[in-house]
Ligand binder design. Structure first.
Ligand code: GTP
Ligand code: MG
Length: 197
């Protein structure tokens, strides 16, 4: 898919204030600092479109971007950041749960996972919840450039083995790097395919 146009549209704290659900929507979620905003910039080829930061907790709201005037990309705040208070955590959960249940145009959630890490309960639980609620999702293993290909392969195999313990059918997964552009075509082709369904 060629990205001709990518624009920031709105930031909202509530799903009912988000843009009218007139186009297919794809949301990026995962632990704080996993690289959600960076991946949006890599996919759209526009550095600085989504705000990134080396310190976790940068993205705080539901951010809508319009791509090619045909679909929405959504950058969500991350979860699992240790320094966040219980109250903020509960607010995050309320905002995200409401968002996930109230976007009829949400075609797929991209759950981002740092490709260097072994399976973390917070991610596994989040994906289980998506499964229980029947919300379609795929996994994206990020920051592949941070270690060797053989290390990534081994970590990915371990991760998928762990997933296999609770999933009959493994979710589709992608391997990406916002630094090298790895996985860009695969993710964009996937979105193009879903847009056509
Ligand atoms: P929050 O908005 O805080 O939840 O974080 P986020 O998931 O949006 O992460 P963000 O894109 O802001 O990236 C966090 C840090 O990781 C930044 O310092 C990025 O430069 C770095 N980063 C993100 N993706 C990659 C990648 O693929 N490779 C490398 N080497 N660094 C990355
Ligand atoms: Mg972010």
């Amino acid at each position: 898919m060629i990205i001709n146009d990518a624009r920031f549209l709105t930031s909202n704290s509530r799903a009912d204030l988000c843009p009218a659900p007139t186009m297919p929507e794809y949301a990026f979620i995962g632990r704080s600092n996993v690289g959600k905003s960076s991946l949006i910039n890599m996919l759209t080829g526009r550095n600085g479109l989504a705000k990134t930061s080396s310190s976790p907790g940068k993205t705080q709201l539901i951010n809508h971007f319009v791509i090619n005037d045909k679909w929405f990309l959504v950058d969500l705040p991350g979860y699992g950041y240790a320094k966040v208070s219980k109250v903020s955590r509960a607010e995050w959960a309320r905002m995200i749960n409401y968002y996930l249940r109230h976007r009829p145009n949400l075609m797929c959630v991209f759950v981002l996972i740092d490709s260097r890490h072994s399976p973390q309960a917070v991610d596994l639980e989040f994906m289980e919840k998506l499964g229980e609620e029947g919300i379609p999702f795929v996994m994206v293993f990020t920051k592949a450039d941070k270690q060797s290909t053989s290390q990534t392969k081994a970590l990915l195999a371990d991760y998928l083995k762990k997933m296999g313990e609770s999933w009959d059918e493994l979710p589709r997964h992608f391997l990406t790097s916002a630094e090298t552009g790895l996985g860009r075509d695969e993710v964009l082709n996937f979105i193009a395919d879903v847009n056509q369904q």
